[in-house]
Structure formats: C-alpha cells, structure tokens
Design a binder for this molecule. Structure first.
Ligand SMILES: CC(C)(COP(=O)(O)OP(=O)(O)OC[C@H]1O[C@@H](n2cnc3c(N)ncnc32)[C@H](O)[C@@H]1OP(=O)(O)O)[C@@H](O)C(=O)NCCC(=O)NCCS
Length: 166
C-alpha cells in the first residue's frame, strides 16, 4: 500500500489548504509574478470565506497526506464547461515536489472525472510556469492563450491546457 493517501477536504481543512498555498506560491511564482501581485492573488484566492464558498458550490478539494502531514492539494470542478472538468488548483509543497504527488493527485482527478462521465480535464497555467511541462507529461496540450484581468491592474497570462479522454 502506498504511504501517501489522498483525502477529500472539507471546511475543517481550509486552513491547511491556505497554509500549503502560502508555503508553495512564493517559490513557484518568484520569477513570474511581482511580490505585490503574488500577495494580492493569495489574499483574493486563499481566504476562508472564498474557499468555503467554492466548497459549498460543489467544487471538490483533495489533499495528499503522508502520516500526519499534508503535502499538497487540488481543487476540481465537474462540468465547468459542458462535459469537461476544470482543475482549478494543484500545489505540492516545495520539499515534497518530485515525489510523484502531483501525478497522484492528477490521477485521482482523472478517475473522478471519468467516473462522472466527463470527456476530459482542462486547466489554466501561467505561460512562464514550468508546471506546463508537468502537465504535458500527463498528456495535456495547450489549446488557448489567454490574458485574464483579475482586478487592481493585474493580469494572469495563461495557457489553457486540456486532456481529452478519448
Ligand atoms: C507542478 C507540480 C504540481 C508537479 O507535482 P510534482 O509532485 O512535483 O511532480 P511529480 O513528481 O508528480 O512529476 C510527475 C512527472 O512530471 C514530470 N515533471 C514534474 N515537474 C516537471 C517539470 N517542471 N518539467 C518537466 N517535467 C516535470 C516528472 O519528471 C514526472 O515525470 P515521470 O512521470 O516521467 O517520472 C508541483 O511541482 C508544484 O506544486 N509546483 C509548484 C506549484 C505549481 O506551479 N503548481 C501548478 C499551478 S498551475
């Protein structure tokens, strides 16, 4: 049996999710976002009411656990566009990266989406984020380039990547 477990997260784990994001983002985005934008985005997207509301609306959050430690998380939304699941977030703590935990979470997302009869999974990734290569390794390819206005004069310069099951 694997020493790593995937568990479904509920409201009681929101603080853990916020902590993992705060421990992961500065390193992941150091070369990509200004410190001001990074702090703005963490504040907007990683606060308790915002995440609780996303859970209430049916988005699914999963954590990867090793013994008592939580090492990463993901958020998915079935049918974000008809027939397709969106992977909204996928973060593994810097010290746990490269241990196949990202892949483990992604495999779980694929199982859940297939079980729900979805045709595929898509996601946004910053155009300068090396996570793009991770997603390519999992079979995703770029389908669109988008610049999204997130307020306060900030933009997310993303690729949309998609994996079709058939
Ligand atoms: C991107 C991330 C989720 C990947 O998770 P991980 O646990 O580090 O990656 P894994 O160990 O599961 O790697 C799985 C495969 O992808 C490959 N891979 C991972 N990162 C890669 C990279 N930057 N470039 C090329 N390949 C990569 C691995 O070599 C491995 O290949 P293999 O299956 O042939 O052995 C994780 O590194 C992370 O949280 N990064 C920082 C935050 C981030 O950018 N998140 C994505 C936001 S869109």
């Amino acid at each position: 049996m694997s020493e790593f477990k995937i568990i479904k997260a509920g409201p009681e784990q929101i603080e853990d999710i916020i902590n993992i994001a705060h421990a992961t983002w500065p390193e992941a985005y150091a070369q990509i976002l200004s410190e001001v934008q990074l702090n703005y985005m963490l504040g907007e997207f990683y606060n308790k009411p915002y995440l609780a509301q996303r859970m209430e609306q049916g988005n699914l959050f999963y954590l990867v656990q090793h013994k008592e430690e939580l090492l990463g998380f993901m958020e998915i939304e079935l049918d974000e566009k008809p027939g397709y699941t969106k992977l909204h977030k996928l973060y593994v703590l810097p010290r746990a990266q490269g241990l196949k935990l990202g892949r483990l979470l992604m495999e779980e997302a694929i199982v859940i989406a297939k079980r729900a009869g979805q045709q595929g999974i898509f996601l946004n990734v910053n155009r300068y984020n090396k996570a793009q290569q991770f997603y390519e390794r999992q079979g995703f390819s770029v389908i669109e380039t988008v610049d999204i206005n997130i307020g306060n004069g900030f933009y997310m310069n993303d690729f949309i990547m998609q994996l079709n099951f058939k």
